[in-house]
Design a protein around this ligand. Structure first.
Ligand SMILES: [Mg+2]
Length: 272
């Protein structure tokens, strides 16, 4: 079965704000701005990884405020996450576009956010896999340590997992595999991301023949300029507003990318 994959970053790509701002931070009575400033300041002062710093600060703040941050509660809070326009029916429409070709289309999330939240978002069942940071939960149901950490550069590991079909984290991704044996060739991969944190993912996807589109929120001049810079600097192929509604520029571009992949797949079948 020939397969195509669309890989999405989450925050800023499918959803306007970092997922914690719809979920954990209001639960703790905290403002997003102040929290992220603290993460950045502490990461800078201690030369820590900002992703590990935010995961620890979330737990420390919850403990300090006496708010039980359980896996079930994070899952529940996922329902509060907002999306860019058109996201909720995007997957059905894009699936229907590819379906007549007989090629299998799968959607994946690779996010530095929290898997416990992402599993609770209304679109969670649209994804074949959600790769995201995750806590280890002890027998009392308390998060004690990060179990999985996703950062800008570790995102690329998950692209190779998708590419080679070694999707479970306990499987080694480093075994040699001939290109022809890889279930999702990079040429059948489209990466959607919103910024600098997606540069390694975009770069890897594109350097092996896949496509990358940089997206930004409507009216966000700073993010738009950043996306255009990604295109100019050869990181992304295209930039578009994160508008997933039918007929939007993004919808049109993604269909063109998919149609090109499908035409190439069909030709390759003739040449075989
Ligand atoms: Mg993002």
């Amino acid at each position: 079965m020939t397969r195509i994959a669309i890989v999405y970053d989450f925050d800023g790509t499918l959803s306007p704000e970092p997922m914690q701002e719809y979920t954990v931070l209001p639960e703790l009575g905290m403002q997003g701005g102040a929290f992220w400033e603290r993460v950045d300041a502490e990461a800078a002062a201690t030369e820590g990884d900002p992703m590990l710093v935010y995961m620890r600060l979330m737990l420390e703040e919850a403990a300090a405020r006496g708010v039980p941050l359980t896996r079930a509660r994070l899952h529940e809070l996922g329902a509060q996450v907002h999306y860019f326009p058109g996201v909720e029916d995007w997957f059905g429409r894009i699936d229907a576009f590819v379906a007549p070709s007989g090629v299998q289309l799968d959607h994946y999330i690779i996010s530095a956010g929290n898997r416990e939240i992402l599993e609770g978002v209304s679109i969670a069942d649209r994804f074949r896999r959600i790769y995201s940071s995750e806590y280890h939960w002890n027998d009392e149901g308390r998060a004690t340590f990060p179990k999985v950490l996703v950062t800008d550069t570790t995102k690329t590991q998950f692209l190779f997992r998708i590419n080679k079909g070694v999707e479970a984290l306990h499987q080694s991704v480093n075994q040699h595999m001939a290109d022809d044996d890889r279930p999702v060739p990079f040429t059948n991969m489209l990466y959607l991301g919103d910024g600098e944190s997606d540069v390694p993912g975009m770069r890897v996807t594109r350097s092996y023949g896949g496509r990358a589109i940089a997206v930004h929120g409507a009216g966000n001049a700073r993010k738009q300029a950043a996306c255009e810079a990604l295109v100019r600097d050869g990181r992304a192929d295209l930039a578009a507003e994160a508008d997933y509604r039918e007929g939007s520029r993004l919808d049109t571009l993604v269909r063109k990318v998919l149609a090109t992949m499908l035409a190439r797949i069909e030709l390759e079948r003739e040449l075989d």
